[in-house]
Design a protein around this ligand. Structure first.
Ligand code: FES
Ligand SMILES: [Fe+2]
Length: 424
């Protein structure tokens, strides 16, 4: 349970709020690179409560700026993309990818240039990696170093898509950290989506023990489940605060990374990276991961329903043995639960238990980051040299007496661990 005040501090993300200011220190995923064509239509989006527009010029460079034209606030999502900049269709003012005012044709020719220099334009640095355009919305002259996660570079490969959810970013992120719900919410859907032994292992122990290693970027977490044969099934997740959950998979296999980003206080973008550290993402994995979900990669769960139709929950299927009655892809179950909490869940009304350890820990870290930031300290190690490429999650099974902390998640076999095996 949190105080109403702390809940507000954690969830409000607009400009000038404590969390909004802190999150603006980071590079933030915004839109899919593939959704922007060179000289194509600009795309409007909302991030941290700000309305923005993004476009790609003729050279392939990407520009991010305020959505409302600095002149008389027409939407620049309607603007012409003339290759070297966006021209507002209202009075023809033109802006380059760096936000520079290139033309103000409604002004007398002799002072256009001087006038253009005085027009205030909100523009943000942008870069591309891992199939996404990232934005830095902070005030510092130099943005922080970038997240060079392994799924941004070959030989790793990733396909990324997004779901837009009507719920604050933190309840989305906390849902990712809430490992105990796998045995319930997803108890029908996950074993069906992953036809290996994961369902059996999760079901063997519904009350996993959690252990942690603190990291400058967040923490490494092990959910440890005791198997009937005395072995331990460890799901070792990496949490890179404030947005990234690297979900475990078997060594040698593709896996998932989930990133939950605030659109504003009440809406969040859930980015799903289907990634393979070892090479191309195999089609069987994509088919399995994307089963029974929408085809629009910018909002793949738009057909989930809403509170007025109980998100299409199928009561008949529940009587027939389906646990949740949510018949779509298992991630719909997560989105629906988040929305069912209300747009900004009231954490002063919770009653937490042992299985909520990870959530409590994360909130504490976020609140501490807010306190530190108020004193001028940068959050989550972004001012430190961090080898993000080395951060990898892993699901592994090993003899009960072994310490999971000794494990190198990138080379687990060197330690003689029994890897989880799809055929087991
Ligand atoms: S509103 Fe855009 S040029 Fe006037
Ligand atoms: Fe889930």
């Amino acid at each position: 349970m949190l105080s109403v005040e702390d809940n507000e501090r954690l969830t409000r993300v607009g400009p000038g709020t404590p969390m909004g200011d802190l999150l603006r220190e980071l590079w933030t995923p915004a839109v899919r690179s593939a959704s922007l064509e060179a000289e194509g239509a600009p795309k409007q989006f909302r991030l941290l409560g700000e309305d923005l527009v993004v476009f790609r010029d003729a050279d392939g460079k990407v520009g991010v700026m305020q959505r409302q034209c600095p002149h008389r606030c027409a939407s620049l999502a309607l603007a012409r993309n003339e290759g070297d900049g966006l021209r507002c269709i209202f009075h023809g003012w033109k802006f380059g990818v760096d936000g520079k005012v290139l033309d103000v044709p409604t002004e007398p020719a002799d002072h256009r240039e001087a006038f253009a220099q005085r027009v205030p334009v909100t523009t943000y640095p942008a870069r591309e990696a891992g199939g996404l355009v990232w934005v830095y919305m902070g005030k510092r002259a130099t943005p922080p170093s970038f997240y060079d996660f392994e799924f941004h570079f070959p030989p790793a490969d990733a396909l990324v898509r997004c779901a837009i959810v009507h719920g604050n970013w933190l309840q989305g992120f906390e849902g990712q950290l809430d490992s105990a719900h796998l045995n319930f919410l997803h108890s029908t859907s996950v074993p069906r989506a992953r036809p290996n032994n994961i369902g059996v292992m999760l079901a063997s122990d519904a009350a996993p023990r959690f252990e942690f290693i603190d990291k400058p970027y967040g923490f490494r977490e092990a959910a440890l489940r005791s198997m009937p044969d005395g072995s331990v099934y460890a799901r070792i997740r990496e949490v890179v605060l404030p947005y990234y959950s690297l979900i475990p998979g078997n060594h040698g296999e593709p896996r998932l990374v989930v990133v939950v980003v605030p659109i504003d206080d009440e809406w969040s973008a859930h980015w799903y990276y289907y990634m393979n550290p070892f090479g191309p993402v195999p089609q069987w994995y994509l088919d399995q991961a994307m089963d029974r979900s929408g085809a629009d990669h910018d909002d793949f769960a738009a057909d989930r329903g809403d509170v007025t139709n109980a998100w299409h929950q199928d009561r008949k299927a529940m009587k027939g043995g389906h646990f949740s009655g949510i018949m779509k892809n298992f991630v719909y179950e997560d989105f629906i639960i988040e929305e069912s909490m209300g747009p900004i869940m009231d954490r002063s009304r919770e009653f937490l238990g042992t299985s909520d350890t990870v959530i409590v820990r994360t909130r504490r870290m976020l609140l501490k980051a807010l306190d530190d930031h108020a004193e001028g300290k940068l959050p989550f190690g972004i001012d430190q040299e961090i080898d993000y490429r080395a951060i990898r999650a892993l699901a592994v099974r090993f003899p009960g007496e072994t310490d999971w902390r000794a494990l190198d998640t990138r080379n687990p076999s060197e330690f003689g661990f029994h890897l989880t095996d799809a055929a087991e």
